[in-house]
Write a protein that binds this ligand. Structure first.
Ligand code: SF4
Ligand code: SF4
Length: 169
């Protein structure tokens, strides 16, 4: 079993964003928030490098508590330490964000290197043309029923061609 590793690319935060709302500001770095999907209240503590910009946006009204068209989470920010984005409340993010897995299985080659990721029920992301062909021809036709049986079948198909299925724990 593989351990899920989030690279903090922020792609899921665009769709999760509308489901994380700020109910009120407690001080310039703490917010009383709601995770709409499970209707859970949580306290968001903003990481030091982001608290000023978020507090400024909050005070200037750029962060609106009632904006219906909000697409991206207010706490999704440009990564100050590198490329891409970062969650400004990573340590205090809500449970739905902690539980989210954007892939459910890794596919490894003969050397153990990751050569594909399975997302959703049975979509494969890979640059490996042969693996993609195998997937399209032999895995996609399998009905997505019970996960354990599907995984066992897929692992067998991959193993015959020298790949290893490594489900996320
Ligand atoms: S869970 Fe996946 S999509 Fe979301 S930030 Fe992490 S790597 Fe990106
Ligand atoms: S709280 Fe963080 S992890 Fe969750 S949607 Fe917002 S930016 Fe993404």
């Amino acid at each position: 079993m593989a351990v899920f590793e989030c690279n903090r690319c922020g792609k899921c935060c665009v769709s999760l964003g509308p489901h994380v709302t700020i109910e009120r500001q407690l001080n310039d770095r703490d917010y009383y928030c709601r995770s709409v999907l499970d209707n859970a209240i949580f306290y968001a503590h903003v990481d030091p490098e982001y608290h000023e910009e978020i507090a400024d946006e909050f005070e200037s009204g750029q962060i609106s508590l009632t904006e219906p068209e909000k697409k991206t989470c207010w706490f999704l920010r440009k990564n100050h330490e590198g490329e891409g984005t970062a969650c400004a409340i990573y340590a205090s993010r809500p449970q739905v964000c902690r539980d989210f897995r954007c892939y459910c299985m890794l596919v490894r080659d003969r050397n153990g290197a990751v050569c594909g990721r399975v997302t959703g029920k049975n979509s494969l992301c890979t640059d490996n043309v042969a693996l993609q062909k195998l997937w399209d021809e032999q895995v996609l036709p399998i009905p997505c029923g019970e996960v354990a049986s599907w995984t066992k079948l897929v692992a067998g198909i991959l193993a015959e061609r020298g790949y290893c299925a490594d489900p996320i724990e």
